[in-house]
Design a protein around this ligand. Sequence first.
Ligand code: AMP
Ligand code: GLY
Length: 430
Amino acid sequence: MKILLIGGGGREHALAWKIVQSQRVSQLWVAPGNGGIVGEFTSRGEPVECVDIGAEDLPALIAFALEHKPDLTVVGPDNPLSMGVVDLFKEHDLPIWGPNQMAAQFESSKVFSQDFMARHNIPTARSGTFDFPTAAKSFAAELDGKCAIKADGLALGKGVLLSKTIDEAESAIDLMMVEQQFGEAGNSIVIQEFLEGVEVSLHILTDGRSYVLFPTSQDHKRAFDGDEGLNTGGMGTYSPAPFLNEAELESIKRSVVEPWLQGCEAEGIDFCGILYPGLMLTDDGPKVLEFNARWGDPETQAYLMRLETDLVDLFEACVDRRLAEMDVKWKEEAAVCVVMASGGYPGSYQKGKLIEGISDAESVDTVKVFHAGTILKDGELVTNGGRVLGVTALGDTIEKACTEAYGAVDKIRFDGAHVRRDIAAKALVK
Ligand code: AMP
Ligand code: GLY
């Protein structure tokens, strides 16, 4: 079976690594891939091929697919989904896994998501959606300025501003709606009350009819230890996150997942893919902060180390609408992923730094180093992005996985490498 995977970050390296473990895969192309994906092989010994096509270059992607006829295409990032890559491939009868453009709105429009949650009584923060700054400001005043102010559209993960006072809230509203800091993404906004609590990531695989709720995971969004510094794409994850027991997860299925799926059915939204809600565990129970319509990055790196089931079988079952037949199995072990980033990230940073020590780090068989921003230049592996590597380890406990992951991190070197030293620390508090 021939597969095309769209994307080139750490998530896609993890997806590629797991896809080629399937005995059924004879060929994997990744567009555009990265310096680590290019070193993977199928179980039949065929090298994974990185194709020089950007994940958002829909005309080139469809031309490639029409020529090479992949049996399945898998989409990693949010942008091609929101641009309608799934609709485009389906128009050409090419099998593809991921939500269509309408369904991808759960991520591409925060206003759409927030209104959907209101229509279907899904627990979320007290909130409002606004097209004009005056109404937005009076709602922010009702919340005493303690708000999360969110640009409607995709804004590279930067479109959420948190405020503690009415002044801060008004400046944030002006920044989005008047000064248009995020361009058109800020023409409409969502304002939520500021929620306190522990944040966890959920992943739900669905074919639009039935669903599978994954174990929990937790991301670390801020750049520095102790959740200080700017928001990033994610500096590390682990799974499982020990903040929800089985009974609480069952209750989340009933309060969040099932109303969401029934809501989709009632509104004619055909969601085939991963729904990834960001959840805040508050004193008043779990509340949805946002929905993403794809795998989390770096949640995927931790999840796929734990997944036992053949991922290609799962993707196919979704596309064929027979997910209900599948039994999804997870390893008992915990996984921890520590991101090594370029110095300066999420602000400006340099590229092209030589990376050394990865094979030494991977000499332990419970460790896998997933590449995100890397590239091979003249045979040497160098940095090529903000998040460079996701050093991931399995262990009998979170503590052991953590020790393994940091042991591996300490064997890898590149100039200016930045690592958070407290990934999974919240899970280890006794
Ligand atoms: P989002 O992209 O909507 O998940 O927001 C990015 C980050 O902002 C989240 O991961 C939270 O840490 C924070 N955040 C979002 N909404 C809220 C909220 N209502 N209260 C507190 N923090 C929030
Ligand atoms: N882990 C953060 C994200 O994928 O959006």
